[in-house]
Design a binder for this molecule. Structure first.
Ligand SMILES: C[S@@+](CC[C@H](N)C(=O)[O-])C[C@H]1O[C@@H](n2cnc3c(N)ncnc32)[C@H](O)[C@@H]1O
Length: 375
């Protein structure tokens, strides 16, 4: 069956996430097209299975399934809507196509159906008009019609972002969508033990819990961060009435974790580490170089402890920042040292070695890496 994935604003990260989630679910996939933020795949999976799996995504805006028909879009949509139960039929089309919508509406009205075309401007209006529930939102791409079966849960993300008791604007917060994507990129089962060694206000831990992880560990060098994480996690557990969840949040520099955790007791580590002092973009190179040197030392010592607490074969998804200086990126060089400690770099499911998350206005780029403990 053919599926369309509408990618987020960092499309290469979205494709890596889609392929990682499918690989983890052991679904065979063939890439048909990757164009205009649409990723089209042939999947050996039924609609219901993909609909359920899609709930995991962080970086996907919507998923649609193709109507297997050689007819024109207007005939496909009109015939499908005719099969709907009696009562008012609401439908919408992306990208907006009023001409097509009016033709469909006329055809259905002629058959005595009560029908309303809703011009949806964004994900929120598709959700608000309950067009996913009624399965009557369509995407027309290259003359094919896709019925939307999933749309990003923007309300859930927004609640976890803004309604939680504490947010951290000083040391900076990872967007919950990116935190979720990072967990998915690890391709790890949710019955495993997950650690975030720079837990901040608990964004990664909360996304892990909302993905069904039952055993999460968080540590941070700041007392406030530990308290914030605890408050945010308790809020999420209560809000979602999560049962049988084990959490362990404590104060520790990332370099001393092995005195707090048993050897090889962690299965997967997902961290956005400390990335230095906030920058305004006009720092002289000497300042950036000094910061990079400090981060390099911190990350290498941190990976030494990771090696002790992570089980053999365990996975780490870790952000290494890079800094914009004029037109060049200044890198924190630590990959060779990390490899020498007994880790391998693994490519992501889309074949890329690292994934850069960056917005054009930012001076810091977050480069996501995947490591495996090999010896
Ligand atoms: C970029 S923030 C992480 C944000 C977190 N992912 C979130 O979304 O809330 C970095 C965190 O690292 C912590 N930190 C700084 N140096 C540390 C160290 N050496 N060991 C552990 N945590 C450290 C800071 O207190 C801060 O909470």
């Amino acid at each position: 069956m053919q599926y369309l994935f509408e990618l987020g604003h960092q499309p290469h990260i979205s494709t890596a996430e889609v392929l990682a989630v499918l690989k983890h679910a052991k679904i065979k996939s063939k890439i048909l097209e990757n164009k205009n933020d649409f990723f089209i795949l042939e999947l050996e999976a039924e609609e219901k299975q993909i609909e359920k799996l899609a709930q995991k995504f962080g970086a996907i805006i919507q998923v649609g399934i193709k109507f297997e028909s050689t007819e024109f879009p207007q005939q496909i949509i009109s015939k499908y809507l005719q099969t709907k139960e009696t009562g008012k039929i609401n439908f919408s089309i992306s990208p907006t196509n009023n001409k097509l919508a009016i033709t469909i509406k006329k055809e259905l009205k002629a058959l005595g159906k009560s029908v309303r075309y809703i011009e949806t401007k964004n994900t929120a209006s598709i959700l608000h008009n309950k067009l996913i529930k009624s399965k009557s939102h369509f995407t027309v791409f290259q003359n094919n019609v896709y019925k939307t079966i999933y749309i990003q849960d923007i309300e859930g993300f927004s609640a976890r972002d803004y309604d939680r008791p504490v947010s951290d604007n000083i040391s900076g917060m990872l967007p919950p969508k990116l935190a979720r994507t990072m967990i998915n990129l690890s391709e790890v089962d949710n019955d495993k033990v997950l650690l975030d060694a720079f837990c901040g206000s608990g964004t990664v831990l909360n996304e892990a819990l909302s993905l069904g992880f039952k055993n999460v560990i968080g540590s941070d060098i700041s007392e406030k961060a530990v308290q914030d994480s605890e408050k945010n996690i308790s809020w999420l557990i209560a809000e979602n009435n999560l049962q049988n969840v084990k959490t362990n949040i404590f104060l520790s520099p990332s370099t001393e974790l092995s005195s707090k955790l048993k050897p090889q007791s962690v299965d997967v580590i997902i961290s956005e580490p400390y990335m230095g002092k906030p920058l305004h973009g006009h720092e002289p190179k000497i300042i950036l170089d000094k910061q990079i040197e400090e981060l390099q030392a911190l990350y290498i010592s941190t990976f030494k402890t990771f090696h002790k607490v992570l089980r053999a074969g365990g996975t780490i998804i870790f952000i290494i920042p890079k800094f914009k200086f004029g037109n060049v990126w200044l890198q924190v060089r630590c990959l060779d040292e990390i490899k020498n400690l007994g880790f391998e770099i693994e490519n992501f499911a889309n074949g890329e070695r690292s994934l850069l998350y960056h917005r054009s206005t930012q001076f810091v780029g977050r480069e996501i890496w995947k490591f495996k403990k090999v010896n």
